[in-house]
Design a protein around this ligand. Structure first.
Ligand SMILES: [Zn+2]
Length: 103
C-alpha cells in the first residue's frame, strides 16, 4: 500500500531527526538538556512502535536500553573492546552494557 509506505518513510525521517536533536542535547551536558534528550528518544521509540517501523540499526546501537541515554564515549559511556569475541561493549553510566559487533 503506497500510503502506508509513505507514513513509514516519514516515521523513519522523524526518528532520525529526533536522534540528531537528542545527540546535540546530550553533548551540551547539563541537566535540562539531558532530560530533553531522553524525551526525544522516548518519542522516537513511540513513533517506532506506533508505525511498526523498526528503529534504524545505527540509531539503536547508540541508545541505552535501560535509561534512554544517547551513548557518547567519553561523556556518558565507556567502551570496552572484547576483540576475541568480536564486539565493543558500550557501558552506560547507569551500568547497562550494549554489545556492538564489528565482525
Ligand atoms: Zn543507561
Amino acid at each position: 500500500m503506497p500510503k502506508d509506505s509513505f507514513a513509514k518513510e516519514v516515521a523513519a525521517d522523524r526518528m532520525h531527526r529526533l536522534f540528531d536533536l537528542a545527540q546535540q542535547r546530550t553533548e551540551k551536558d547539563d541537566g535540562a538538556s539531558r532530560k530533553l534528550a531522553k524525551r526525544y528518544i522516548r518519542i522516537a521509540k513511540e513513533i517506532s512502535s506506533h508505525y511498526k517501523v523498526s528503529m534504524p540499526k545505527q540509531i539503536k546501537e547508540r541508545i541505552c536500553r535501560k535509561c534512554g541515554n544517547v551513548l557518547i564515549p567519553g561523556l556518558n559511556c565507556r567502551v570496552r573492546l572484547a576483540s576475541s569475541k568480536g564486539y565493543a561493549a558500550y557501558i552506560c553510566e547507569c551500568g547497562t552494557e550494549r554489545h556492538v559487533f564489528y565482525k
